[in-house]
Design a protein around this ligand. Structure first.
Ligand code: SIN
Ligand code: MN
Length: 203
């Protein structure tokens, strides 16, 4: 594992090929257990549209959205506690961020063919001094990075399976999103698609 980003795009630090195939496979196995405890669901945006991405969470909090807005919840919609964040995920957080403080939430996003995520900021957390760490698994995803304010020029990069990205410091509140995935570009997930994990300190 290297600890220097292989490239920086608009301040977002990208560690390409951070995880080898065995580490990716171990993460997928751990995430299967997370999904068994807290099944994937498709939340509504605050505008009442069903999101094309399916999601669940691990940790003290899970990210949730409906017509009442975007927020963190202490429980999965079924009423069960979110399962703990797998040690394999926490190890990446420690290695890349070097922080003692561990994340309170690991959001698991699942993109099937045709799923996308519009440009948004991650700003439901209490302290933007902590970075958001993202891990990509499975099919390539076209990640778009914009600005702190809405609009303006953007730049995109294909994130591949095993890539880790960190949005911290001046990049913490940049708008970002995923335009599309490249179906069939990875053999990691038997059913295809893309998983993205984002770890956040919430409190
Ligand atoms: C997110 O912003 O929550 C997900 C980003 C990604 O899928 O790469
Ligand atoms: Mn985000």
């Amino acid at each position: 594992m290297s600890t220097a980003p292989s490239l920086t795009l608009r301040g977002v630090e990208i560690y390409q090929h951070f995880l080898d195939r065995a580490a990716q496979q171990a993460l997928v196995d751990d995430l299967r257990a997370v999904q068994r405890a807290a099944p994937l669901f498709s939340p509504e945006t605050r505008f009442g549209q069903k999101m094309s991405v399916q999601m669940t969470s691990a940790g003290k909090y899970g990210w949730f959205s409906d017509r009442r807005g975007y927020r963190y919840e202490r429980r999965h919609p079924s009423g069960v506690d979110w399962p703990p964040i797998p040690e394999s995920v926490l190890a990446i957080w420690r290695a890349v961020t070097g922080l003692d403080r561990l994340p309170d939430c690991c959001l698991v996003n699942f993109y099937r063919e045709g799923a996308r995520m519009g440009l948004h900021q991650d700003r439901d957390e209490a302290d933007f001094g902590y970075p958001v760490l993202s891990v990509s698994l499975g099919d390539d995803g076209l990640f778009r990075i914009g600005n702190e304010t809405r609009g303006g020029k953007t730049e995109s990069i294909w994130l591949q399976s095993g890539d880790v990205a960190v949005m911290g410091g001046a990049a913490r509140l940049l708008h970002h999103g995923v335009d599309r995935i490249r179906p069939g570009s990875s053999t990691l997930l038997a059913q295809g698609g893309r998983i993205n994990l984002t770890c956040r300190v919430v409190d």
